[in-house]
Design a protein around this ligand. Structure first.
Ligand SMILES: Cc1ncc(COP(=O)(O)O)c(C=O)c1O
Length: 364
């Protein structure tokens, strides 16, 4: 009997997460030098991590023989100070992805549903199916979450409702007042999961903390993978009321985040200059790419994040052609967007190179 035949039925239906292709693999496949390849495929910070975070990571290596602090106590303390919430409100995950998996393991199973946008970040879909729950996918007209339709999709079986704001891969954002009203309209058996992976690119970002103070069932998730430039260290967090945080922590694998990641995250959080510089670089890059796409006659979805969804004729071919030129972007056919590519904002020269390569493809 094959392993496949022995799988839990929901695992047989599990969609596969498709990550951005790594630089080394693309270089090898197309006979390029790795230094000549640029990756604009995973919404990483093109400036890299803050030098202070890297120093902290290096310093913590001497403790590599010790297990990490299991609940990331000191990082929770820093976050508590930053966000003005008690330490007990925080759950630290190996990326915010792990928080979605923990939520699903707590609340998803047969006879339960999770509501999400059709083009919402795919991790919600995967974690829901993996845990045996049923995803309820709501159409997103104009690439935006339709909150009325999402509210109408909530049933007695709904346990989780996901809203990434801004969303990946569309880059669209909804205003704070609309999100707050939506969250307040949800019944008491539903937990609102508000994903703020790209919050630091807005200044100010929508603030959902009033919902926590009101005692509503809500969890906000954030990550150190994006503006903080620590995607490779795998660290993110959720904040919610302490009861939910305790339940999430009860199913969290022990020692899920390394000392290296915890220390780098603390230093990154404190390096507000690096965050400001990264935000400014991104704002300039969004303008550069927006203007460049318009010049090439390509329609792009206005973005509030560090990537842009752009409509490209023969997107799949364009994706291959760009790779041959050493530019890695992300195809999004898996999101039902076969005519688009998602492009992460790079540095000024990287953006210029992407635009040049696209120009060459379009005029081939
Ligand atoms: C909307 C959104 N949420 C969460 C994540 C997950 O980030 P991580 O697991 O690296 O914290 C991503 C990553 O691409 C994302 O786009």
């Amino acid at each position: 009997m094959s392993y496949t035949a022995l799988l839990q039925p929901q695992i047989q239906r599990l969609p596969i997460y498709q990550p951005g292709r790594p630089i080394e693999l693309v270089a090898q496949e197309f006979g390029l030098q790795p230094e000549a390849v640029i990756k604009l495929a995973s919404n990483e910070n093109p400036l890299g991590a803050s030098p202070r975070a890297l120093d902290a990571a290096r310093n913590s290596l001497k403790e590599a023989w010790l297990y990490p602090e299991n609940s990331a106590h000191f990082l929770c303390g820093d976050l508590s100070e930053r966000l003005g919430l008690p330490e007990e409100c925080f759950t630290i995950g190996a990326g915010s992805n792990e928080i979605f998996y923990l939520l699903a393991s707590l609340f998803m199973g047969p006879e339960t549903e999770a509501v999400m946008g059709e083009q919402a970040f795919v991790s919600y879909l995967i974690s829901t199916i993996r845990a045996g729950g049923t995803p309820v996918r709501v159409p997103m007209p104009d690439y935006k979450h339709d909150l009325d339709a999402m509210r109408a999709a909530v049933t007695e079986r709904t346990r989780l409702v996901y809203l990434p704001n801004p969303n990946n891969p569309t880059g669209t954002i909804l205003p704070e007042a609309e999100v707050l009203a939506f969250a307040r309209s949800l019944p008491d058996h539903v937990i609102f999961v508000y994903d703020e992976a790209y919050a630091e690119y807005q200044d100010p970002a929508p603030d959902l903390r009033p919902l926590i103070h009101e005692g509503r069932k809500v969890i906000c998730t954030r990550t150190f993978s994006k503006i903080y430039g620590l995607a490779g260290l795998r660290i993110g967090y959720g904040y919610s009321d302490p009861e939910l945080a305790a339940q999430l922590n009860s199913v969290r694998p022990p020692f899920n985040t390394s000392t290296l990641a915890q220390q780098a995250a603390r230093a990154a959080l404190a390096d507000t200059e690096w965050v400001a510089k990264s935000r400014a670089t991104n704002a300039a890059g969004l303008q550069q790419l927006g203007a460049g796409f318009a010049k090439l006659g390509l329609e792009a979805v206005p973005s509030a994040a560090n990537f842009i969804l752009v409509q490209v004729p023969q997107a799949e071919e364009a994706y291959d052609a760009l790779q041959r030129q050493g530019v890695i972007v992300r195809p999004v056919a898996g999101y039902g967007l076969p005519q688009h590519l998602r492009v992460s904002v790079g540095t000024e020269p990287q953006n210029a190179r992407l635009l040049q390569s696209l120009d060459a493809f379009l005029n081939r």
